[in-house]
Each structure stands twice: as structure tokens, then as C-alpha cells.
Design a protein around this ligand. Sequence first.
Ligand code: 4AD
Ligand code: MG
Length: 438
Amino acid sequence: MGTPIRIQEIAQHVGQEVIIRGWLYARTDKGRLQFLQVRDGTGIVQAVAFKKEMTPEAFERALSVTQESSIVITGRVREDGRAPGYPGGYELGLSDLQIVQLANEYPITPKEHGIEFLMDHRHLWLRSTRQWAILRIRATIIKAIRDWLDDHGFLLVDTPLLTPAACEGTTTLFETDYFGSPAYLSQSGQLYNEATAAAFGKTYCFGPAFRAEKSKTRRHVMELWMVEPEAAYVELDECMEIEEQLISSVVATVLAVRRTELEIVERDVSKLEVITPPFPRLPYDRAVEMINDLGASEGVSIQWGEDFGSPQETLLSGQFDKPLFVHHYPTAVKAFYMAQEPDRPEVCRSVDLLAPEGFGEIIGGGERSGDPEFLERQIDTHKLPKDAYKWYLELRQYGGVPHSGFGLGIERTVTWICNLPHIREAIAFPRVLGRMYP
Ligand code: 4AD
Ligand code: MG
């Protein structure tokens, strides 16, 4: 008989007869001994089919079963230090193997496949160990973020995805039709967060955001997941403290519970172990000097007043072991809502957090302007439709307070923590320029 178990709990079943329902990942053929690597979504276990210990029919099925066939196996769990798998060190001496569906010839084989081929087969590629590890780390990152925010007094308040106006500028809007009126897919829940922060003190939204970014880079997706905390009575410095606490806690959690997955993606964990508060803070002015000093030899430069592109971010974030805060960007390059620095209005109380090792921006945020007249001018300057922001300006007339917040991009964070060469592996079904399949 046997008890159905999942592979992740196999250690608790040594000596017992168990049933595992999963798929054949790989096989090594040694004649009368078949070594089957079986996965069930929670791990991989080695199942040993020994001719002498099975009925001839069951052994025949073990011989003929193809890669990624769905199978139900029964066997006794034994400890064996040499056994590969996740978790390794356990194997199953098979007494039975039933085939649920015999898979057609599987398109993804151990040989090297091109990235376009793998992306076309993303629905199947997700089953491979590396993708499995990345998406398990992603789930842990998301849980760690939510746990930290929930434990630190931030209330989850969801914000709308169909919106009448832009949050982050009009150039990256996806437009859709709302019964005859234009509507836009949300770029960020921030403006709504500012309303909920005044209602609940500290809030966050967590959900998808859409950016029609016509850039094909290793850092951009069209559909991303963003967590956006917002807090009343919080100014720029405290905003940075919240960010560094949150990020450090997330990294510590991943290190604590996803060691195996970090090994699978070959992450140098020593680079993550140093991620503890405080993080270095660099004013934009100094960052510009630094880029021009260090970048000269590599042809990277910047003029005061310009926003950073990928080369500048890569250069800066390669200089530090910890994530780097760059704050006080020029008002003109940032979104309309950023608070001006009172005695230096050409810069604003914005802050970006750049991940180390050249990964670049993972968080954008800062302190919001409380000045309704300045905001009205900004709405004009940025050519935004005034009517759509009426409610937003009203927030400044009914109990306005200093407040700050930020948006953390999940895919960029996963890319950094897993050390991925490209953001497309950081989400199950990426939407990148030129691809919406599968
Ligand atoms: O810097 P962004 O545009 O900031 C905002 O949207 C603010 N309204 C957030 C806030 O203050 N509540 O975006 C925030 C983060 C970026 O740092 C990045 O991690 C991610 O969202 N992001 C993207 N990630 C992947 N692809 C894209 N096209 C992204 N655009 C933004
Ligand atoms: Mg940004």
C-alpha cells in the first residue's frame, strides 16, 4: 500500500512504504537496475527500479516510461548519502510504478537549447530544476516582503489596475477602452496609496504594474509585480531606513530557507550575507562626479541634470557590496509628485535603491510633495490631464502630512538575488518586447 507523501517531507518517512505522484525527470539505464529521477513539484527523488523486486509488468513500465510522463510510484524510503535529488540523501526502492500518461517525445532535453526555443516552451521549461529553484526563491521573496510589512504595521490595501491617468508619466502607458472612454493599465498604485496612507497610516499595495517600455533590455518587462509601501509622517531619511530594513530581512529569509535553490542557481551566497543595514547613501551630485571619474576609461559619463541609464547604474552599483541609495535627483527627471528640497528646488527628495554587483535599480521612491500649487504646476508641465488628479490634490487640503513611499520591483529583486543574466527568468510567463506567448 503506502502513504502518499510529497518529496519535500521524505526525511520523515525513512523505512516506510510511500506513494509519490509526479513526473519522470530523467533516467539512468543500468539494465536490471533503472535509476529514475522523479519530481513532484516539491523536490526530486531517486527511485530505484530493481528487476528482482518488482512484477515483470511493473519493471517493464519502469523501462519504457518516457521523460516527463506522469507516474505514480510506490516504494520504501531509505537513506543513502550518495543519492542525488532535492533533498538529496534519500532514495526509494520501488515496488510499483503506474503510468498516468505516457509523454510524447519531450522537446526539452539535456542538450543546450537556444533561448528563443526555451521561451517558446516556457510552459514546459518551468519544470526544469533551475527554473523551479528561481520561482521557489521568488515565492519566498514575496512572502518575506509581505511578512515584514504585515509585522511592521503596514496594512495591505489593494489599488485599482484600470486607471484614468498616469502615475509615472505618459510615455509608458498601456491604453485600453473603458466603455467608450480611455483607461490605462496601472503603472503604479502610488497615488492611491497616498490616499490609503492618510486613512490607515501605513499601507502597501502589492500587485501587477504595466509599463509599455519599448526597450529590449535585460532589466525590462512590460508586466511586473510591484510592492509599494506608503507611510504618513515619514520623511526621506526614514523612508530609506524602511527600505534597508525590508531588503535585509528579505535577503536573510532567502538565505535561511532557500539554500538548496540558491545552490541550484549557483549563487555566491557570500555576496548576499553582507546585506545588512545600514546601506550607503549617495546624493545624486556625488553620484554624477563618481560616474564621470570612474567611467572615463569605459566611455561612461553623465551631465548633471540627466537621468541614469543602465550603463551609469551598472557602474555605480558595481562600486559597493551593499545596495546603494542614490537620493536627491534633479526634480526635472523625476515624476511629478516628488517633494522639492525647500532650499534647493532643482533637486527633489527622491531615492532609488541600486542593487550591488551591477544589477541597478530595484526600488524607486521618495517623499511626496505636500504643496498643491507646486503639484498643479507639475501636472501642467508634465502635460497630465488635470481633471483626473483632482482627488489627488484634495489629499493636500484635508489633513496633508509629510509622507513617503516606494515601489520595489519583484522581478528585478529576483534577478539580483538569484544572480540571473536576464529578467525573463524571474517570472513564470514574462511579457517582454516582442513576446506574449505562451
Ligand atoms: O521607479 P518606479 O517607476 O517607481 C514608481 O512607480 C513609484 N510610483 C513607486 C512608488 O513610489 N510607490 O518603479 C518602481 C520599481 C523600479 O525600481 C523597478 O524595480 C520596477 O519597479 N520597475 C520595473 N521592473 C521591470 N521592468 C520594468 N519595465 C519596470 N519598471 C519599473
Ligand atoms: Mg525608477
